[in-house]
Design a protein around this ligand. Structure first.
Ligand SMILES: [Zn+2]
Length: 80
């Protein structure tokens, strides 16, 4: 694994979008989406119609599942 991303990302209150249990982290959704070690698993609807769902990603490096809130992804899509 590359460690070049870790230099300024370990402080509290950082701006990382998502951090995996294995220590990997992604600053933005774009970084996560282009990471070949991250695979989209699917979409998990929220428990109610008014509850946002989550996009599930598999971190192939460690096998953990990453969940990104629907609004997080939606904001990215609208911005692009
Ligand atoms: Zn991981």
């Amino acid at each position: 694994m590359s460690t070049t991303i870790g230099t300024d990302t370990d402080r509290e209150g950082d701006t990382m979008l998502k951090r995996c249990g294995c220590g990997a982290a992604w600053r933005t959704l774009e970084h996560l989406l282009v990471d070949p070690a991250v695979s989209l698993l699917g979409f998990q609807p929220g428990p109610g119609a008014e509850t946002e769902g989550a996009y599930l990603f598999n971190h192939l490096t460690c096998g953990n599942t990453l969940a990104l809130r629907e609004n997080t992804v939606g904001a990215f899509r609208r911005a692009n």
